[in-house]
Design a protein around this ligand. Structure first.
Ligand code: HEM
Length: 511
């Protein structure tokens, strides 16, 4: 009996060993340079050991090689890091039909809020993207502009109080409250004030997603590394109580608007329009929501999932951009003065009114935001999954269906091949719209992704970030806090977006 068990165990271990050895030779067999894997994490040991964040690790892998395409192992799953801008463009744009999937695995039956545009794949994604794209036209953004600027009032009021105390302020926290107010308003259609009510219920539930907890790191990594374990353990992105709160908020608001035929110019209204009619209203048409007993498309769960997605994708990204922008301006006071002068001059021309038009005239501020996004992209990597075997142009490399694809955003952004003095904050690089996605061959710019699956709300993200920085620079003067003088920022490896461990602290005074 003992002999039988021993033989069985030896066979099992030997088979497992040979299997893993075979899997780990995958890229070698295909003649690609690759990162030597180890069990159980493949090429991602430092991430699981909490030594580095996922994005930082991809950035370091980018820098460690010259290969256009680098084989890696996500645990025992063969994956690829694409380094070459031409191959990146082929994958994201030209040959997108081979790379539909974001490669993010979730189970809608246990986690309905995760069934949103960001995570969906295939036809579901295409249909949803087609339905939602008209909600992000410049006409719609123009119509929502005043709603966003309104959210700036509590921001200014709060900063006035802090500036009077002559203390350093944590700008990440301040901008996070501002964007929470904005997205609660435009995506959920509710007005909240996270400055006056720091314990606001919506904020409490909504912020949970980005809390830098090890549990969040694990579920994020599993979603890429092991769809099987995600399903097996029914891993959720949104906790059950968060899901219930979000759905309840949506339901109450929907009932209220339908009962009272309320019209408000926000995304929530547009989501309800899609539910009731199948389409977003045309620019300039009546936005009023009329009650329906016969929804044409989108269930209540769908609306909740999309609104939650807009929050998750939009709040940290924009607040991170504003915070880093102020930080970089303070590090280089010449740029700060130039941005301030432009704001004053443009507003003077428009009788002090911050409108869609006056904001569009602030070109230097626009360049500052682009340069901030280059140096500090909130989402530091882009992912796709191959959905149909694909041969990389001018090579014999075939990417097999199901292979996860990673692209480091900071890799090319910090590469001196594409940007001279890449570590320097230099908004003039983007003068006269020099590049941003137009000239991506010479200066790859990936902060909003690219191709049919790029950020659907890139314009809104920029507008919101410009508004935040403009409102504060106009009324207050900022300087670096003591902790940042001559010291680099240390990034938090546990954070889902680019975030310094110590936050961003600035001295603030009224002008
Ligand atoms: C400065 C602010 C923002 C940045 C830097 C940013 C960046 C990104 C990036 C890198 C992606 C992935 C693109 C790709 O895979 O090619 C993305 C996708 C997305 N973003 Fe943004 N984003 C910002 C603001 C927003 C806002 C305000 C919203 C919503 C209100 C939003 C909604 C989305 C959605 C829904 C997707 C998924 C699109 C799809 O898969 O079809 N983003 N964003």
């Amino acid at each position: 009996m003992l002999l039988l068990i021993t033989t069985f165990l030896v066979t099992l271990v030997t088979t497992a060993y040979l299997y893993v050895k075979y899997v780990f030779s995958y890229w070698k067999r295909r003649g690609l340079p690759f990162v030597q894997p180890t069990l159980p994490y493949g090429g991602f040991g430092p991430v699981f050991r909490k030594e580095k964040g996922f994005s930082q690790h991809l950035h370091d892998l980018y820098r460690s090689s010259d290969a256009p395409i680098l084989g890696i192992f996500a645990s025992i799953r063969p994956a690829l890091l694409i380094r070459d801008p031409k191959v990146i463009r082929d994958i994201l744009i030209k040959d997108f039909q081979h790379f539909w999937h974001r490669g993010f695995h979730y189970d809608e039956s246990v986690d309905p809020l995760a069934g949103n545009l960001f995570s969906q794949s295939g036809d579901k994604w295409r249909e949803m993207r087609t339905k939602l794209s008209p909600a992000f036209t410049s006409g719609k953004l123009k119509a929502m502009f005043e709603t966003i600027v309104e959210c700036g009032k509590p921001l200014e009021k709060h900063l006035k109080k802090l500036a009077a105390k002559n203390k350093e302020v944590e700008v990440r926290d301040i901008f996070a409250r501002f964007t929470t107010n904005v997205i609660a308003s435009v995506a959920f259609g509710i007005e909240i004030d996270c400055f006056e009510n720091p314990d606001d219920e919506f904020k409490k539930y909504a912020w949970r997603f980005f809390e830098p907890k090890f549990k969040h790191v694990i579920r994020f990594n599993l979603s890429f590394f092991s769809p099987f374990l995600m399903k097996l353990f029914k891993v959720r992105f949104a906790d059950k109580d968060v899901e219930e709160f979000m759905k309840d908020t949506i339901k109450k608001n929907l009932d209220y608007r339908e009962k009272n035929s309320i019209s408000r110019k926000d995304f929530f209204q547009l989501l309800v329009q899609v539910r009731n009619t199948g389409n977003v209203v045309d620019d300039g048409a009546d936005w009023t929501t009329k009650a329906t007993n016969d929804p044409k498309s989108m269930s209540l769960d769908d609306i909740a999932a999309q609104a939650y997605d807009f929050f998750i994708a939009g709040y940290e990204s924009s607040s991170t951009t504003m915070s880093f922008c102020l930080y970089e301006l303070c590090r280089d006071p010449e740029t700060k003065d130039k941005a301030y002068e432009e704001i004053v001059n443009v507003l003077q021309k428009h009788d002090g009114h911050l409108s869609y038009e006056s904001l569009s005239e602030m070109k230097y501020l626009d360049n500052c935001i682009d340069e901030t996004l280059r140096l500090h992209p909130p989402f530091e990597f882009i992912s796709r999954e191959c959905t149909k075997d694909y041969r990389v142009a001018d090579t014999n490399v075939v990417i097999e269906n199901g292979t996860p694809i990673f692209i480091s955003v900071t890799g090319p952004h910090y590469d001196s091949k594409y940007y001279t003095e890449p570590e320097r904050f230099n908004p003039d690089r983007f003068k006269d719209d020099l590049n941003v996605n137009k000239n991506s061959q010479t200066m790859p710019f990936l902060s909003f992704g690219d191709g049919p699956r790029n950020c659907i709300a890139a314009r809104l993200g920029k507008i919101q970030s410009k508004i935040g920085v403009c409102l504060l620079l106009k009324k207050f003067s900022f300087e670096l806090g003591e902790q940042h003088i001559n010291k680099p920022l240390i990034l938090n490896p546990m954070s889902g977006v680019r975030a310094p461990i110590s936050g961003i602290k600035l001295k603030v005074q009224p002008r």
